[in-house]
Design a protein. Structure first.
Length: 164
């Protein structure tokens, strides 16, 4: 199907050329957010980060642990699902996240994972893995900027709560 959206980059608006389905709107939204989170783009807003992560994680039927690796100016080096689990959990291995951060020469990371229950409140296990990751990454001078928990249309930020 051809793209029903026509962009006017100078004005920042999009024209819809024909009636569109909700799936087409979501697809276009994903494309726009992925452009904002492409390699080399700077992360400038916690809300943009939240929107990106909600599009990536909210509708998944299994838990996924996700990392956004950043350089020293908070430009994106990589954003990727690091671990995939089941409906109620995902095993996270700090060693693998440290290895990836070193391979990318990252200076900072934003962590995220989803709760398939739709509840964004972090568990005690979520808090413990965040502390383990923060400590492991600190050894190689990589800062953890935030950890988002995405539960359906809800989100929770460790940084906004003052937990980082």
């Amino acid at each position: 199907m051809n793209n029903p959206f026509q962009s006017h980059t100078t004005s920042g608006f999009y024209l819809v050329l024909r009636p569109v389905t909700p799936d087409e709107i979501l697809s276009m939204a994903r494309q726009l957010i992925q452009q904002r989170f492409a390699r080399g783009q700077a992360i400038t807003s916690p809300n943009d980060t939240r929107e990106f992560l909600m599009l990536e994680l909210a509708l998944l039927e299994h838990e996924v642990f996700y990392c956004i690796y950043l350089d020293n100016q908070h430009k994106i080096l990589a954003s990727e699902a690091c671990f995939q689990g089941t409906v109620d959990g995902a095993s996270v291995y700090p060693r693998e996240i440290v290895k990836r951060a070193l391979a990318l020469n990252a200076s900072a990371v934003i962590l995220a994972h989803n709760h398939t229950s739709g509840l964004a409140e972090p568990s005690q296990a979520d808090r413990q893995i965040t502390e383990k990751l923060k400590a492991a990454l600190a050894l190689i001078e990589v800062r953890v900027l935030d950890h988002f928990v995405i539960g359906g249309t809800e989100s929770f930020s460790f940084a906004e709560r003052g937990w980082l």
